[in-house]
Ligand binder design. Structure first.
Ligand SMILES: NC(=O)c1ccc[n+]([C@@H]2O[C@H](COP(=O)([O-])OP(=O)(O)OC[C@H]3O[C@@H](n4cnc5c(N)ncnc54)[C@H](OP(=O)(O)O)[C@@H]3O)[C@@H](O)[C@H]2O)c1
Length: 249
């Protein structure tokens, strides 16, 4: 098993939900975590809590849509902890709606954050990983990246895109001999703040009912991220679909 202790792990979307739970667990296991999101107060509180628990954490206000912000987050990892071992590109949002509602601003926002945000993170870290011939890139796709459902067209399309990017990244780094590991996570209903951006009334109601009925806690995803990192360096656990046992899809 490779050791989590002292690994430097960057996490985007660390201010709540899956990112926050993962930051707490990895820091508890001795990783040095570098946290990015837009809400400064939430990041500051999380850093404080991790440090109070004996862990190592730093944060920077980061909008993943801005390529420079992603570069600065990588720089913060280098300046604070001397390098980067893992990046968890997890920031995302899900303002679900039917296509006929024409919420085109929300479509563009999802494309910007869920696809371009991931690409910006990859672009920021890949030169470091290529030069050191090691590194681990982990992303949060979604079950929406594996199967289609009404109200989820654009969200699903963004998560489908992440799946493709990650699979090609895995293949290319193997071909190029850069030794970069990849893991893509496909969560189902996880109780976080994800539903807060839904503005379509019917979609919000349907999703709220679904999450109330089935949703499980975000630490379950943190466990999976930890498992992926803990594997021996020559072992790439590429994909995980994870959700409530009781959820039929
Ligand atoms: N919860 C689920 O059921 C579920 C299922 C499948 C996939 N996912 C995926 O899991 C990931 C994490 O979501 P979550 O469920 O933990 O929801 P969440 O609690 O709403 O967390 C989303 C995180 O993304 C950050 N974020 C949003 N836009 C950002 C931007 N432009 N720049 C930087 N950070 C940004 C948010 O922080 P700020 O607002 O502070 O920037 C927040 O930390 C997302 O990619 C989501 O699509 C979730």
């Amino acid at each position: 098993m490779s050791n989590i202790k002292d690994k430097v792990v960057i996490i985007t979307g660390a201010s709540s939900g899956i990112g926050e739970a993962t930051a707490r667990l990895l820091a508890q296991k001795g990783a040095k975590v570098v946290l990015g999101a837009r809400r400064e107060d939430r990041l500051a509180k999380l850093v404080e809590a991790i440090k109070a628990n004996g862990g190592d954490a730093v944060s920077r206000v980061t909008d993943v849509v801005n390529p420079e912000d992603s570069k600065q987050l990588v720089q913060l990892a280098k300046d604070s902890f001397g390098g980067v071992d893992v990046i968890f590109l997890n920031a995302g949002l899900m303002p679900s709606s039917p296509l006929s509602a024409l919420k085109t601003d929300e479509w563009n926002q999802m494309i910007d954050v869920n696809i371009k945000g991931v690409l910006n993170g990859i672009a920021a870290v890949l030169p470091v990983f290529t030069a050191q011939k090691s590194g681990h890139i982990i992303t949060t796709s979604s079950v929406a990246g594996l199967k289609a459902y009404p109200n989820g067209a654009v969200y699903g399309a963004t998560k489908w895109a992440v799946r493709d990017l990650m699979e090609v990244l895995r293949m290319e780094s193997a071909l190029e001999g850069t030794n970069i590991r990849t893991a893509t996570i496909y969560p189902a209903a996880i109780n976080t703040e994800l539903l807060h951006t839904i503005t379509d009334k019917n979609a919000a109601q349907g999703m709220t009912e679904l999450y109330r009925k089935y949703g499980i806690a975000p630490d379950r995803i943190a466990n999976v991220v930890t498992f992926a990192i803990e594997q021996p360096e020559d072992t790439n656990v590429n994909e995980f679909t994870i959700g409530p046992t009781s959820q039929p899809w």
